[in-house]
Design a protein around this ligand. Structure first.
Ligand code: NAP
Length: 378
């Protein structure tokens, strides 16, 4: 029998991706959809204007009729009785209250940051920090919850942390520097829609408008600031690669610096990474460590897990978001341009990850599959 799941923030960019990743899931079944009061009381199709000129549906896959016909409820009315598991794609300000309320009774897996930074949070990146999962018991005890909130890391942390994991495990890390080139889709529906609207005003259909590469504020431009992003990436990366000792996560000790930029790309965060390892190793050994890496999602053969979580390309001009961000269904990170540099034990590489697949809804579905497989979701 399938587990009933509710989606909080189902009409947004990440919420729509939850719908397409859950509507034919082998273990989960969508039982309830929630959004703001402007969508509440309408069918999912009406709330999105699906099939009309004003459609807000912008995922390539098609939603099933039974999902389009479901009535959207207001997020504030969710009691926890509507499902056995909730996925949350709410803005963080709203997520704090709602996710906490539902977690009193039921598990919540979230793409929002509201519960990421507490000492009792299991901020989970599949394939990287399953050893921290016992924190869920601490969260339950601390807060008197029967459920829990498991947030995902920030979408920019994900490619970096997954690429560092095998290197940190095998060779140790002294120092990490990262410069990101982040897709516009990570800025949420409002950003993407303002971009698409301009194209539509010029006579394009919505799919055509979204197919355009750049427009609006993003056209021919780079925005070298994303509020709070750099602090999140630094804090999360050392925590994800940290050890779990006596009920606490001890962050990894390497130094990390980063600079984040928004660039005119629709999907896929590209990062230039510079590392210094603790022990001596070669470019070939790094590549071998990445290629051989398999985590818990692969060991457990979870339905949404990529077969190969880290893919290494030898092409000098790859990875590129347009061509490579859907490798393994958007669930793998792709690494290229691996080279030694002038620093002692210094290397550099490019890593690409999909910000709304592995970095949001699909990654959260994989996280829930792991929690289900270890008996945390019933
Ligand atoms: P979005 O497109 O703006 O969607 C927000 C959703 O929340 C919509 O369903 C909206 O419903 C609902 N909502 C907004 N304000 C609300 C309120 N006051 N009360 C109740 N519901 C409300 O945002 P998104 O890009 O999908 O992001 C969702 C979450 O995922 C955010 O926390 C974001 O930081 C995180 N995230 C996003 C990405 C990404 O690449 N986009 C990646 C990782 C994590 P209506 O449609 O009815 O307004």
């Amino acid at each position: 029998m399938k587990i009933d799941v509710g989606i909080l923030g189902a009409t947004g960019e990440v919420g729509q991706k939850f719908v397409v990743n859950l509507q034919n899931h082998p273990w989960f079944r969508i039982s309830a959809l929630f959004a703001s009061e402007r969508s509440a009381g309408k069918s999912y199709a009406e709330a999105l204007g699906y099939g009309t000129e004003a459609s807000r549906w912008f995922v390539k896959s098609v939603p099933e009729k039974k999902v389009l016909d479901m009535t959207v409820a207001e997020v504030g009315e969710a009691s926890g009785d509507e499902a056995d598991l909730f996925f949350s794609a709410l803005p963080s300000e709203t997520a704090r209250d709602i996710e906490g309320k539902i977690a009193k009774e039921k598990p919540v897996v979230s793409t929002a940051s509201a519960y990421r930074y507490f000492d009792d949070s299991f901020t989970y990146l599949p394939g990287v920090n399953e050893s921290h999962a016992k924190i869920i018991e601490i969260q339950r005890k601390n807060r008197g919850w029967k459920g829990f909130v498991v947030p995902q890391p920030n979408c920019t942390t994900i490619g970096l942390a997954l690429s560092l994991k095998p290197i940190h495990d095998r060779f140790g890390l002294e120092r990490v520097t990262m410069v990101s080139m982040q897709a516009v889709s990570g800025a949420g529906y409002a950003a993407v829609s303002s971009w698409a609207e301009q194209r539509r005003a010029q006579g394009s259909s919505l799919p055509e408008a979204l197919g355009y590469f750049v427009a609006g504020t993003f056209e021919g431009n780079v925005i070298p600031y994303i509020s709070g992003e750099e602090e999140k990436v630094k804090k999360e990366t050392v925590k994800l690669l940290g050890d779990f000792v006596d009920g606490k996560i001890i962050p990894a000790s390497f130094k990390i610096a980063c600079k984040c930029n928004r660039v005119p790309v629709l999907d896929g965060h590209t990062e230039s990474v510079f590392i210094e390892t603790k022990s001596k190793c070669s470019v070939d050994e790094l590549k071998e460590a990445w290629k051989r890496y398999r985590g818990e999602p692969q060991r457990l053969a979870l339905p949404t897990a990529p077969k190969q979580p880290i893919v290494v390309t030898e092409a000098v001009d790859r990875p590129q978001p347009r061509f490579d961000c859907m490798v393994e269904g958007g669930m793998a990170v792709v690494i290229g341009g691996v080279a030694a540099n002038v620093f002692e034990n210094g290397f550099q590489y490019t890593v690409l990850s999909h910000n709304t697949e592995l970095g949001a809804a699909k990654g959260a579905v994989l996280a829930a599959e792991y929690l289900y497989s270890i008996g945390m979701i019933k």
